[in-house]
Design a protein around this ligand. Sequence first.
Ligand code: HAM
Length: 422
Amino acid sequence: MLTTAPRGTKDIMPTDVTAWRYLEETMRKICAQYGYKEIRTPVFEHTELFLRGIGETTDVVEKEMYTFTDRGERSITLRPENTASAVRAYIEHKLYADPAPTKLFYMGPMFRYDRPQAGRYRQFHQFGIEALGVPGPNIDAEIILLAVQILQSLGLKDLKLKINSVGCPKCRPEHRVKLQEFFKPHFDELCKDCQSRYDRNPLRLLDCKNPHCHELGEGAPSLEECLCDECKAHFAGLKELLTAAGVDYEVDHNLVRGLDYYTKTAFEIQYAPLGAQSAVCGGGRYDGLIKEVGGPETPGIGFAMGMERVLLALESQNLLPDFTDAMDVFVVCPNQEHFAKAFKAAIDLRRNGLKVDYDFQGRSMKAQMKAANRVKAHYVLIFGDDEVARNQVVLRNMANSEQKEIAISDITTILQTEVHEG
Ligand code: HAM
């Protein structure tokens, strides 16, 4: 146990970090294009924030939160998602006083006590964005485009964008009544969770993971029939913009997201080859959340992408570039008498921005050349006895095996030119 990471968590090893950084850099670059600024919120918050924000009848709150009492007797929860925290920060720092929209993005670890499997972890990472302060469908279209652009620029194809409108407090009550009428004859067959949600939040019944509840929900009254004029117009506006932007989408009236704060637009991007955990991105509008958390009445919309899932998708399609972590120079010095000179050359090169490595253990020439190959060095500097006696060293170009002698005093100038031109 001591030597294994907790279930549902993973080390990201140096060989994998390059892929993570590639993903993060792509995300940052596209956020900059759209004018989104990074926010970093704490990984834990007061539990109350998530109870209020995410909703007490959701799976996330009922079953999946890592909640504990700290030494000051406060109830603390490791963030299961970042929207509630971003909204909390927006209110705390009065960002609503700035001109709207406030455009934020974040990436980092989230925590859910979920059943681990491929693509589902207890500590996972999300990249997400939140745009606060603007009510119309234009920004909905923009953030969906941003998500699609990120995934497409990584090379992913065959993505499925599903959109829906989950209505607003004006039109939901009618749907709620219809849902209760629909499920009433089957109440006894529902799982315990659904029975308890029947009164509190019947919409959640459509999101139950229990297969029998899922079956019972087939043919349930769709929210679409109950949408108010404002929600209908909003949804139509979004569809028009997505069509204008040439983005393919599918309207899925059964798309009920797992968190309670959504109003109007809800969407998901799926990558089918991932199987059961095919949702790589999910989001939507949350026009009531900021007020619910204690801020002024302000609309908002955002999404989050599961970074592990995006990486799994990229790996499965061989879309990860070949990351070469080659060193520029490896300094070989088998005779420890010359080590001080070799060491000085190495650190001078590093001070001039080159990637340099050397042997720390005074091993044989052969072993040091092997080490140079292992770190894929482009050049090797050899501090041999004869050459050092003449204040020279051998510079070997590993790509074509050409060798020449150069003066120790010229090492930095020559290598800087070689590395930058080569
Ligand atoms: P979510 O649908 O709960 O939404 O999560 C978004 C994405 O995070 C999912 O589509 C999935 O890719 C990834 N994800 C969720 N749970 C796990 C897990 N256990 N393991 C691996 N990946 C996971 C939200 O979190 C909302 N905060 C999104 C949002 C932002 N809505 C508005 N703004």
